[in-house]
Design a binder for this molecule. Structure first.
Ligand SMILES: Cc1cc2nc3c(=O)[nH]c(=O)nc-3n(C[C@H](O)[C@H](O)[C@H](O)COP(=O)(O)OP(=O)(O)OC[C@H]3O[C@@H](n4cnc5c(N)ncnc54)[C@H](O)[C@@H]3O)c2cc1C
Length: 445
């Protein structure tokens, strides 16, 4: 039975000394205490949807969180127009969406949980551990978690709340925020969970989370536009964003780009017309009438920027069309995972895309068709490359490795090489709370 738990979506395989499926926080604490007494290393796993090998054991004991899947009721705060719900770390995004959908059928104000790594079998614990947000623009998962119950490397329990740093006092985690905020790389940590979220299980095991649900926008539209150069795509985007910034009634939810190398990879993905270098996918949200105006403005700008391709633009104003576009994006990743393509995510700037058009062309040409493709998020400045070769033919040594999809084991060596200061910071934090290095060996640092 344990054989089924020795890998994740990356296809990386490991070995385990045993496995436990705690059903409650107390059981989880007991399991960790026993392992800690023996100084046995622990690998935490949940949905195993990650594709960086973070949930793959390294001769370690697996704690599988999938049975910690309890959920409370949605509590609505009428004044703030927000909701909250407490769930076990093993609760899946699919189950959360079902609860929210059921609630929304009767509620006057519809709610949403906005981080969306698109894989709904991912758990809330796994999403928080890897800080997975997918395409969603916004404050990220850090802004969508109100509090966390954490089990530390010795089996102790820590309750970390968003609105009170006092909850951190007298816990070993109290010093983490301070060390974290003094790092030039990570900015200011507002609360303890800023440190835990994205630490990939190296600093503690997330046992339970209270999530923030925000008011869902009344309407969402999508736009899938084609461009002949990255320069033109960025010119359009800059002008369109400027227009959006003058209209506070419209929210930009998604700004993803797909290189030509994504074309023809999955059935149903919009076909790139001739002379296309990339496609931009934007999702905007607000009241229907302002969105219609905004689409018209987008079309006018597209006509001006790239008249030969503007009429090929796909606009999704119906829920079904929007879902189809989201599905295609998800399938690109799903298909790459099934083919066990490697992944690397870099932090880039928008400028990088314009200045390095030749490098992007080289990257595209560096592998036979279908052996490599790349895409990215414009607002979070991510370049995601999926490939089949042993290593990438081009080196991006000046670009930090991004935490998108997690660092895990697969991206670790490149992370240590490209992000040395950040890696040193994580190592220092780990020493504070897990000096024996028991949690998630070989992951992140
Ligand atoms: C088709 C597809 C699309 C995806 N798209 C995106 C995307 O757009 N953006 C993105 O960021 N990710 C994406 N992912 C990756 C994946 O969904 C996320 O990394 C996910 O959040 C992991 O959740 P999980 O429950 O499956 O965790 P696992 O895969 O089981 O674990 C992931 C990591 O988190 C740690 N971990 C898990 N649970 C806990 C816990 N309770 N406490 C502490 N540590 C824990 C594990 O040790 C491991 O290091 C995608 C995956 C798939 C399959």
């Amino acid at each position: 039975m344990i054989e089924s738990y020795l890998s994740d979506e990356s296809g990386v395989e490991g070995q385990a000394t045993g496995i436990a499926f705690p059903k409650s926080i107390e059981e989880l604490q007991e399991t960790v205490k026993k392992a800690a007494e023996k100084k046995e290393k622990i690998t935490i796993q949940s949905g195993r949807t990650g594709f960086c090998g973070g949930a793959v054991p390294q001769d370690s004991f697996i704690i599988n969180m999938s049975k910690m899947n309890h959920a409370g009721e949605i509590i609505f705060d009428a004044e703030k127009r927000t909701g909250e719900i407490t769930v076990g770390a093993g609760f899946t995004l699919a189950n959360l969406n079902t609860i929210i959908d059921t609630y929304n059928r009767k509620a006057p104000i519809k709610l949403q949980f906005y981080p969306n790594p698109s894989e709904t079998e991912a758990t809330l614990g796994g999403i928080a551990a890897t800080a997975a947000c997918g395409s969603a623009i916004g404050p990220g998962i850090k802004g969508a978690v109100k509090s966390i119950v954490l089990v530390d490397a010795r089996g102790g329990i820590q309750s970390i709340k968003n609105n009170s740093s006092s909850s951190l006092c007298s816990s070993p985690y109290s010093s983490l925020s301070t060390s974290f905020s003094s790092s030039p790389l990570r900015g200011e940590a507002r609360w303890g969970a800023d440190v835990i979220i994205g630490s990939e299980g190296t600093l503690g095991i997330i046992a339970e989370l209270t999530l923030l649900l925000t008011a869902a926008p009344p309407c969402t539209y999508g736009l899938f536009a084609f461009f002949d150069t990255y320069q033109n795509a960025l010119q359009f985007y800059t002008e369109y964003k400027h227009y959006l910034s003058t209209n506070t009634a419209i929210l930009l939810n998604v700004a993803d780009w797909f290189d030509l190398s994504c074309n023809d990879r999955v059935a149903g993905f919009p076909q790139f017309p001739e002379n296309t270098a990339l496609a931009l996918w934007l999702e905007i949200a607000g009241e229907e009438d302002v969105l219609l105006d905004s689409l018209e403005t987008a079309m006018t700008l597209l006509d001006k920027t790239i008249p030969t391709l503007a009429d090929k633009t796909l606009a999704a104003t119906e829920e079904t069309d929007l879902k189809r576009l989201k599905t295609f994006r998800h399938q690109l990743t799903e298909d790459a995972n099934q083919k066990q393509m490697k992944t690397i995510d870099y932090v880039i700037t928008k400028d990088f895309l314009v200045k390095n058009e030749d490098i992007l062309q080289q990257l595209r040409a560096s592998a036979p068709p279908r052996e490599l493709f790349f895409m990215g998020h414009l607002e979070t400045n991510i370049l995601n490359i999926r490939y089949n070769q042993d290593s990438l033919p081009l080196s991006f040594k000046d670009n930090p490795v991004s935490h998108e999809h997690g660092i895990g084991q697969a991206k670790r060596s490149l992370f240590l090489q490209n992000n040395p200061e950040e890696a040193a910071m994580w190592t220092a934090l780990k020493k504070v709370v897990d000096s024996d290095g028991l949690l998630n060996p070989g992951v992140l640092i």
